[in-house]
Design a binder for this molecule. Sequence first.
Ligand code: VGL
Ligand code: ZN
Length: 201
Amino acid sequence: MRPADEALIVVDVQNDFCPGGALAVAGGDAIIPEINALLRQFEVRVLTQDWHPADHASFADNHPGAAPFSMTEMPYGPQVLWPAHCVQGTEGAAFHPRLDTDRGDMVIRKGFRSQIDSYSAFFENDRTTPTGLEGYLRTRGVGAITLVGLATDFCVTYSALDAARLGFRVAVKMSACRAIDLDGSLADACQRMMTAGVDLI
Ligand code: VGL
Ligand code: ZN
């Protein structure tokens, strides 16, 4: 087992991010066996779940004429417009059936406010509205986190950068992540994580 002050955070291993899903990440389901093995090694285990209302502002469908994967401006900055995904209560928003969710101590949902997206497990995309995860980890005595899941270049990276900014020691286990990789976003994300002191392992 890993030391008690280390948490595993499993990001968005949901049907819509796996092959056949609405915002499928190539090989998204291939990481599940490794994640299930990791879930047995950590004392503190958090699962995150992207959890959007149908009228969510990050969905291209809610912007007449906008194409999926195009950009828009939100009050908090630029935002990618995604195909509708992870709509609350749908099969697409459910965890992948092979993910060992029984091992999760805590499920944190994010992106449930219609006017703001939330890539990070810690803060919404305005970088200030908290999800509550920081308090959960601190009250459990966590000082170090390992991130795995989907997608490397969006929710995993934003979570890693916020965690580093909050003072946690942060590692991303790259073999247990898969990327969307829009216009070089994966290389850019890795560069930003390394600059922030995140360990890519
Ligand atoms: C994600 C795009 C939109 C992710 C979530 O989990 O990386 N990406 N919503
Ligand atoms: Zn989303």
